[in-house]
Ligand binder design. Structure first.
Ligand code: NAP
Length: 295
């Protein structure tokens, strides 16, 4: 007899969440969604996914509640607001935060939810819009090991793999580490292309050296097209990269760890956001480099 699938509630239908909720439903789970701006659920409703009127109602009808929203403010609103989901979380239910937040916030969230009796797992993701659409994200999970094991088939409907990082909060810690390298790689690529072009090297030759040698990486393959075309369609918006790096540097500061390149990167990101490029893709960091070079 086929196993009955758990009922999934999904909050947050942005760039990532909409694709992730759709992939869970495609795998046969009963999915209900909630989004602050209701219009964003319309496309999913058309494919048979139900909508809950508020987060509390969503949590009430779900075995597993997932959030994929901007960050702490959005989570506080959805969980602890007037019709917040926390009111309907209870023993036997699982709450999974997949949004990127700091390990410190994750820890405090775990404490605030403890009284509900629900099990809390933090599971941010590595990967952007396309991996979310293609269900090839990497899930960075923190929480009780048996719960993460139980959630693994569900996670695999959204991703190609699950990395168990430790207790709740360690998923967020891994996400911070991942995004530091991601940001530095993209900024390094943008800086290298700017230097190469200023030195009279052709884009083709630069691409060949970067992509055919030991430097090659999927992230360089993904980011060379926007960097060369100057079209920064937001896969991972610069404003979110800035938020994440701020969390990371606060975390490093709390641990007494100095990250000099990370500090510089945050200054560059902030210039980009101040210039109103926050809604563009993180690759728009090249616009910051051009601006400070007066190009
Ligand atoms: P997004 O497109 O900006 O979507 C943000 C979502 O959060 C929307 O559903 C939005 O609702 C909701 N939201 C924001 N503020 C809210 C509030 N105060 N109350 C209730 N809901 C609120 O973001 P995204 O790119 O999908 O990213 C979601 C999370 O994944 C972020 O933590 C991000 O850092 C992380 N992440 C993103 C990527 C990426 O490449 N995009 C990759 C890995 C991880 P509305 O529709 O009503 O605005």
């Amino acid at each position: 007899m086929e196993e009955t699938k758990k009922k999934i509630g999904f909050m947050g239908l942005g760039i990532m969440g909409k694709a992730m909720a759709r992939n869970i439903a495609r795998a046969g789970y009963p999915v209900t969604v909630y989004n602050r701006t209701p219009g964003k659920a319309a496309e999913l409703e058309a494919s048979g996914i139900r909508t809950a009127p508020n987060p509390k109602a969503l949590a009430g009808k779900s075995d597993i509640l997932i959030a994929m929203v901007t960050g702490p403010e959005a989570l506080d609103e959805l969980l602890f607001g007037a019709e917040g989901a926390a009111q309907a979380l209870a023993a036997g239910k699982i709450f999974v935060n997949m949004s990127t937040v700091s390990p410190a916030y994750t820890e405090s969230l775990g404490k605030r939810l403890a009284a509900s009796g629900a099990v809390f797992v933090d599971a941010p993701v590595s990967g952007s819009k396309k991996p979310a659409l293609d269900a090839t994200l990497l899930i960075l999970a923190g929480g009780p090991r048996d719960t993460v094991d139980e959630l693994t088939p569900l996670f695999k409907t959204m991703g190609k793999g699950v990395v168990y990082c430790g207790e709740a909060g360690k998923g967020s810690m891994m996400k911070m580490a991942n995004n530091l390298l991601l940001g530095l790689m993209i900024e390094g690529l943008a800086e290298t292309l700017l230097f190469g072009k200023a030195g009279g090297l052709s884009q083709e030759a630069l691409n060949e050296v970067i992509l055919n040698g030991p430097l090659n990486s999927p992230i360089f393959q993904m980011k060379i097209p926007p960097l060369t075309s100057g079209v920064y369609e937001p896969n991972f918006p610069l404003k979110h990269a800035t938020k994440d790096l701020k969390f990371l540097l606060e975390t490093a500061d709390n641990m007494g760890v100095v990250l000099p390149a990370g500090q510089t990167l945050l200054s560059l990101f902030r210039i980009g956001v101040a210039r109103k490029w926050g809604d563009l893709d993180i690759a728009a960091i090249s616009k910051v480099l051009e601006a400070i070079n007066d190009l």
